[in-house]
Write a protein that binds this ligand. Structure first.
Ligand code: PBG
Length: 339
């Protein structure tokens, strides 16, 4: 290969950066609305459902806990925007030690799922968070043993029951976010033996014990005291992220995920290089709130920062992204805006 001389560079990468049309032609990463999934919080009514209002989430400006009525409108808007799907989270009115609301067909998440399917039909993928933390009074992702530790195998039985309830409510993609060992195999087996072999599994495989879930705790009124380090990954462990994804693929995961996104692009890149199934990333609540907070102060350009974050996650290897900006991003993408 010839190299540039100090007198006259003849290798000039800048040629490709001179005009918009050229930059667009050589762009290596393109965004598409279908790659995006919008997470939606749905709040169980405490009294008269007709009198309920959306509840703003203070730590996530622009995001709310929806009523069933506003859920309908949000799902329709999401479908019209061309995004790929919605991921539903329930915010129950009451909680207990085993998270009974999660398996009750009348529980908020299962009711919301039926409504979302009613509105969306098959125009987008209706997905549900399969985890107990929103429904337990201690806030952990599983049930506790006599010593207060999360009991892996007892939790798997609850996840199996939850999977049936969600599949019966019409969920098309179950988001297994609890980080219990063997959860994918356990849920796959139950779905198949109950006539739900067509329901897919999104495994939150490399899910790190992150401070960036902070705003989400407010979003779901989490009761958690303490931490999730006995089941979520140590932020410093790159190799282990790939190990978890490899195990989940072997157990039958249809899609694997890395979470959070921007702080874990190395893990995402590793998983993307090795995976035989689609790889998604979750741009979590704290990632959303950091950009919104800085933009509200005029410290960064909101739209460009958002587009740059999504572009970076895509560049690192994500085939799909869960992001609270999904619907808004779809509009920008259609208008041809770039980072
Ligand atoms: C577990 C779950 C969490 C998130 C998604 N699913 C919380 C946790 O593991 O602590 C966090 C998402 C976000 O922060 O946006 N049900």
């Amino acid at each position: 290969m010839t190299v540039n001389t100090p007198e006259a560079p003849h290798i000039r990468p800048r040629r490709l950066r001179q005009i918009d049309a050229m930059r667009r032609s050589v762009a290596e990463t393109r965004l598409h609305p279908a790659d995006l999934t919008l997470p939606i919080f749905v709040r169980e009514s405490a009294g008269d459902p007709a009198a309920e209002q959306d509840v703003p989430i203070e730590a996530m400006p622009g995001v709310v806990q929806h009523t069933l009525d506003s859920l309908r409108k949000t799902v329709v808007r999401a479908a019209d925007s061309g995004i790929g799907g919605v991921m539903l989270f329930g915010v129950p009115h009451t909680r207990d030690a085993v998270g009974s609301g999660a398996t009750d067909p009348g529980g908020i998440l299962n009711v919301a799922t039926r409504i979302a399917r009613e509105e969306a039909g098959d125009t987008l993928v209706v997905q549900t968070d399969l985890c107990l933390d929103e429904f337990t009074d201690h806030g952990h992702c599983g049930v506790l043993d006599a010593h207060g530790n999360v009991d892996n195998d007892t939790t798997l039985e609850r996840y199996q029951e939850m999977a049936i309830a969600q599949a019966e409510a019409g969920s098309q993609l179950l988001g297994l976010s609890g980080m219990m060992d063997g959860q994918v195999a356990a849920v796959r087996k139950t779905l198949d033996s109950h006539g739900h072999s067509g329901v897919a599994i999104l495994a939150y495989s490399a899910k790190y014990a992150s401070a960036l879930y902070g705003p989400f705790r407010e979003a779901v009124d989490s009761q958690l005291v303490g931490h999730r380090r006995s089941y979520q990954l140590d932020p410093g462990n790159r190799r282990e992220g790939l190990r978890e994804a490899t195990i989940d693929i072997a157990e039958g995961a249809d899609i694997v995920m890395v979470k959070p996104a921007l702080s874990y692009l190395d893990v995402l890149s590793d998983v993307a290089a090795a995976s035989t199934v689609p790889v998604w990333a979750y741009q979590v609540s704290g990632e959303y709130s950091m950009i919104e907070a800085a933009a509200a102060r005029g410290w960064i350009e909101r739209e460009r920062a958002i587009l740059e974050s999504i572009t970076s996650i895509t560049r690192a290897g994500a085939d799909g992204i869960l992001t609270y900006w999904a619907t808004e991003l779809a509009t920008w993408i259609r208008e041809g805006r770039t980072a």
